[in-house]
Design a protein around this ligand. Structure first.
Ligand SMILES: [Zn+2]
Length: 264
């Protein structure tokens, strides 16, 4: 049986040496095997909003860096659980629980939930964990993880994603975070608000890919990178691009942290 979004958190917890109680997902054994002969100092989980497995392939060159990362690493198409909207699906990815188990349907639910994500469980075990996400989501996680940074979309979604990537690098280098989740929204935001033609979506994808590339070159320690999505593109006008496929991509990459910075 194929893997699903439920399996990401249990895989991360296995790599970090603890179990998620009563989880609905299971470890992705290929990922733990991939890491077995590597030193992994830190884990970066990137959730790219609104890209299914079919759209991911169609975006091809616009996501060239992510695709190179998976060529040297692993690539899976994993099933995205209903309802395929942002908050419950991120809840599934981060908790390893099905939606009827975690009951996180809107951001307000995340403030008072007794459900603990893999980030909170890691933090409790002394493994520094953090999140860089939109402002309200970060407020919900405040005091539940070691570092919760909230970003406001003040100057457009491209700028928003770029600041997410910048702060992710700072979280690792300045705060010693070992497990970090970030959320990049350019593709979903573009599909909802301003995409008129295919090239608009491709450009949004390219900005996300650039941010992923910048992250890879900016990391200074051996890092496992897991890049996935919360749901296939769900804006009615563009949903046909997924060809009724309900899977999302899961890119597994490894950077040694030794590469010379491209920024110079
Ligand atoms: Zn979403």
């Amino acid at each position: 049986m194929g893997y699903t979004q439920l399996d990401i958190a249990p895989t991360i917890s296995t790599l970090l040496g603890f179990e998620i109680p009563e989880k609905d997902g299971r470890e992705i054994k290929e990922i733990t095997a991939f890491c077995a002969d590597k030193s992994v100092d830190q884990i970066l989980l990137i959730v790219v909003d609104g890209v299914g497995a079919t759209l991911y392939k169609k975006l091809n060159g616009a996501l060239a860096h992510l695709q190179t990362l998976s060529k040297d690493g692993l690539f899976f198409e994993i099933y995205s659980l209903p309802p395929r909207i942002t908050t419950p699906n991120i809840g599934t990815i981060l908790s390893g629980y099905a939606p009827e188990h975690h009951l996180l349907y809107e951001v307000a639910d995340t403030f008072y939930t007794p459900v603990r994500s893999v980030l909170e469980l890691a933090s409790e075990k002394g493994i520094k964990s953090g999140i860089v996400i939109e402002l309200l989501g970060a407020k919900a996680m405040l005091n539940r993880v070691d570092l919760a940074i909230g970003i406001e979309n003040l100057h457009g979604i491209i700028d928003y994603d770029r600041r997410i990537a910048d702060l992710a690098l700072k979280a690792f280098s300045l705060e010693g975070i070992k497990l970090l989740m970030i959320h990049m929204r350019a593709i979903d935001n573009c599909a909802h608000h301003y995409a008129k033609v295919w090239d608009d979506l491709a450009l949004a994808a390219r900005t996300i890919d650039n941010n992923c590339e910048r992250l890879c070159y900016g990391l200074r320690k051996p890092t496992l990178i897991l890049a996935t999505s919360d749901h296939p593109i769900h804006v009615e006008k563009w949903a046909y691009l997924e060809d009724n496929n309900e899977d999302v991509p899961l890119v597994v990459g490894y950077v040694s942290g030794a590469s010379l910075s491209k920024e110079k």
